[in-house]
Design a protein around this ligand. Structure first.
Ligand SMILES: Cc1cc2nc3c(=O)[nH]c(=O)nc-3n(C[C@H](O)[C@H](O)[C@H](O)COP(=O)(O)OP(=O)(O)OC[C@H]3O[C@@H](n4cnc5c(N)ncnc54)[C@H](O)[C@@H]3O)c2cc1C
Length: 342
């Protein structure tokens, strides 16, 4: 497929918050060769494009003053396998859930807990997507990218990516500097032990008397739980969790515990404590609240929703008010998980 260029493109349907934003040029590419072609034509010398996947982790604050480069590189295949594992190669433009669905169909284990996360495969390593006790980095082998600094193709292996909680080198030092074109994941064909450590998942399986869950059992449980908890962006615009769960020092946690002994908390390896941002936001009185066209989802305070007709700036201002009240009440600074695009 040839490079597709749309002038004065409306991005409303290309971001899951459903925010109206316009760009002077939307350029959609379908292969690595398209990127080389754009490079030969001097596109990257003249422009500093915003790189777009499925638009499920971004907030367009206003119209964009730069072109948007949509990555739609397709293709899923098994490139290598042995008795125990399979190496899956996926184009960056593939839909993440579609990849999960296909691997579950093959009985390959490793990403079943990450079912129904919206967006593309290419964006998955950027914030090291995670859900229900599993993070992408646990199966990640490597990725290919196009480096915008010297227009060359490069490979990043696991150890090069600096993965952390909803974090990687691509969200920091390499932000806007590389375009991820392909991702390689190592999945298990044999002896896979499904991860059911997450409380809601374990309870769901227990209630159905599933004591030795298969990969498909876990996949189906995750899909059912997510459908019951999270709003479908097609029906109610949202970008999933708006903030990261804060990780605080033990002393901060102890201080909060004096006034709020029921605070849920999860110890982190370095001795600090992770607190669910949704709990803090709920305690600060924002769950189910609505201000103008913007609100907080009634079943999950961590999700900010567009009730229809909201602008990016309205959503941003609402999020900042939440951040301020949590800071005033608990002395904890929330950090957005969503990428704010100025
Ligand atoms: C309902 C809902 C539920 C969600 N649940 C979860 C969850 O459980 N866990 C979780 O981790 N996330 C979750 N998310 C967030 C989101 O789905 C993920 O962050 C996803 O990986 C974003 O993919 P995307 O293709 O939509 O990226 P986009 O939103 O298009 O882009 C995100 C960032 O990555 C950059 N980018 C995108 N593609 C590329 C590329 N090929 N090369 C270089 N840079 C690129 C963009 O410039 C931007 O900075 C949820 C979102 C929604 C709407």
């Amino acid at each position: 497929m040839a490079i597709r260029i749309t002038k004065d493109a409306d991005l409303t349907h290309l971001n899951t918050l459903g925010l109206p934003a316009v760009t002077s040029y939307l350029v959609e590419i379908f292969s690595i060769n398209d990127l080389h072609e754009l490079s030969r034509e001097g596109f990257f010398e003249k422009e500093n494009p915003f790189i777009l996947g499925g638009g499920s982790n971004i907030l367009f604050k206003k119209n964009l003053s730069r072109p948007v480069l949509k990555i739609s590189i397709p293709g899923i295949s098994v490139t290598e396998e042995d008795d125990d594992t399979a190496l899956i190669e996926s184009g960056a433009g593939e839909n993440w859930h579609n990849l999960v669905f296909r691997t579950v169909d093959y009985h390959y284990g490793g990403i079943e807990n990450l079912a129904l996360i919206p967006g593309t495969v290419g964006a998955a390593p950027i914030q090291n997507i995670g859900a229900y006790g599993v993070e992408l980095e646990q199966v990640f082998e490597s990725l290919h990218c196009f480096d915008l600094r010297d227009h060359s193709e490069k490979i990043y292996r696991h150890s090069d990516c600096g993965f952390g909680y909803r974090d990687s080198i691509f969200k920091r030092e390499l932000k806007d500097r590389v375009i991820i074109t392909k991702v390689f994941l190592r999945l298990k064909k044999k002896n896979h032990t499904p991860n059911t450590s997450y409380h809601a998942l374990a309870t769901y399986l227990e209630n159905r008397k599933i004591t030795s869950p298969t990969i498909r059992d876990v996949y189906e449980a995750v899909v059912a739980i997510r459908r019951s908890k999270l709003p479908d962006p097609v029906l109610l615009g949202n970008a999933g969790s708006f903030f990261k769960n804060p990780v605080v020092e033990k002393s901060v946690h102890q201080r909060i515990c004096i006034d709020y002994p029921d605070i849920p908390s999860y110890p982190v390896a370095d001795g600090s404590i992770k607190i669910p941002a949704g709990w803090l936001i709920e305690k600060a009185g924002w769950k189910g609240k609505k201000v103008g066209n913007v609100g907080t989802y009634s079943n999950q305070a961590l999700v900010i929703v567009n009730h229809g007709g909201a602008t990016g700036d309205e959503i941003y201002q609402y999020a900042m008010r939440i951040r301020e009240s949590v800071k005033n009440m608990f002395g904890v600074e929330l950090v957005p998980e969503v990428n704010i695009v100025e």
